[in-house]
Each structure stands twice: as structure tokens, then as C-alpha cells.
Design a protein around this ligand. Structure first.
Ligand SMILES: Cc1cc2nc3c(=O)[nH]c(=O)nc-3n(C[C@H](O)[C@H](O)[C@H](O)COP(=O)(O)O)c2cc1C
Length: 164
């Protein structure tokens, strides 16, 4: 089974998760940023990673998901600055699930990712303003070694599901 791990990552957090997942997968496999992917035709299993941007899936990822051929086995991984479970990250996953509605979604993984100073400035203008400053403090150590370990386990888990 040919496997693709692809990701969109502005500041590197999601790329770290992509690398951890890629590490535990068997050959043949490819690790490519989204812009490096020419065709997904030959891949049976595709891991797709993105950061949450303004409660949403980044535009580049949205376009990629809309253009996926029907019936691929896929798994999502995403990073977010906010506290897990708040709508700030949840809505993006819901959007991704809808966009990939024609695919076999085997699972999803998420963890927190440090928020860059530039992003914090932008987010500071949102209605959640002060809460963002608080959330950024506790996100600042992520992804950490435990997140990476969880991502590796997630990779193995999805692989076992893909073989069923
Ligand atoms: C423009 C912008 C908007 C963001 N909006 C959100 C958001 O709505 N919710 C959230 O939890 N994190 C948000 N974040 C934080 C990122 O999701 C988080 O830092 C992520 O780990 C960045 O991943 P990357 O390093 O792979 O780009 C935003 C970051 C940026 C740059």
C-alpha cells in the first residue's frame, strides 16, 4: 500500500507532527508539503495535516480536499493554538470532515501548537482577544515530545485500520 503524508504548515508545528507520523509508516511512502503534491492517484492511504486558521481549514487545504478523487482512505491531523475542544479548533475539523465527505475517513488527530507572535497580534483583534493571550501561554511548549509520541501511535493505529 502506497502511503502519502502531506501537510500545510506556516510555522512548522504541523510539519513536526507530519514527520512523526511518517517515521512509523512502512515503505512505500512519501512525505510532501501540500504544494509539492502533483497527483494523489497512486496513493491508497493519505494523511493530511493543517493548522487551524481563524476557526477554519486554510484555503490551500480546502482546495486540496475538494479535488481529492472519490474513495481514498484518509486521516486528518491538525494543530491549533486554542484549548482542545473549544469551537476555535472544533469548527475547523467539522469543516474538514464535510469537505472530505466522499472519502473514507479513518481517524483524526489533533494537538496544540505554539502561536507565532505575528499570529497572536492578528488573533488579539478577535472578540476572544484576552483569552487568546492566555491560551498562547500554555500552547507555547507544543508540540512537545508527548504530542509527537501520540502522533506516532496515531500513525500506527491508522495503518492497522487501513489494512482491515
Ligand atoms: C492566521 C492564523 C490564524 C489562527 N487561528 C487560529 C484559530 O482560529 N484557532 C486556533 O486554535 N489556533 C489558531 N491559530 C494558531 C495555529 O493554529 C497554531 O499555532 C498552529 O499550531 C500553527 O501551525 P503551523 O506551525 O503548522 O503553521 C492561528 C494561527 C494563524 C497564523
Amino acid at each position: 500500500m502506497k502511503i502519502l503524508v502531506t501537510y500545510y504548515s506556516l510555522t512548522g508545528n504541523t510539519r513536526l507532527i507530519a514527520e512523526a507520523i511518517y517515521e512509523v509508516l512502512p515503505q512505500p511512502k512519501s512525505l510532501l508539503s501540500l504544494s509539492e503534491v502533483n497527483s494523489v492517484e497512486n496513493y491508497e492511504l493519505i494523511f493530511i495535516g493543517f493548522p487551524v486558521h481563524s476557526h477554519s481549514v486554510p484555503y490551500q487545504v480546502e482546495r486540496f480536499l475538494k479535488n481529492l478523487p472519490v474513495g481514498k482512505k484518509i486521516a486528518f491531523f491538525f494543530t491549533h493554538g486554542s484549548i482542545p475542544g473549544t469551537r476555535l479548533s472544533r469548527e475547523a475539523l467539522e469543516q474538514a470532515m464535510v469537505l472530505a465527505g466522499k472519502e473514507k475517513i479513518l481517524g483524526t488527530f489533533s494537538c496544540r501548537g505554539k502561536v507565532s507572535p505575528e499570529a497572536l497580534e492578528t488573533l488579539g483583534k478577535s472578540p476572544e482577544h484576552e483569552l487568546w493571550a492566555e491560551m498562547a501561554v500554555t500552547a507555547s511548549s507544543h508540540p512537545d515530545e508527548h504530542d509527537l509520541q501520540d502522533a506516532r501511535t496515531f500513525g500506527r493505529w491508522i495503518l492497522s485500520l487501513a489494512h482491515q
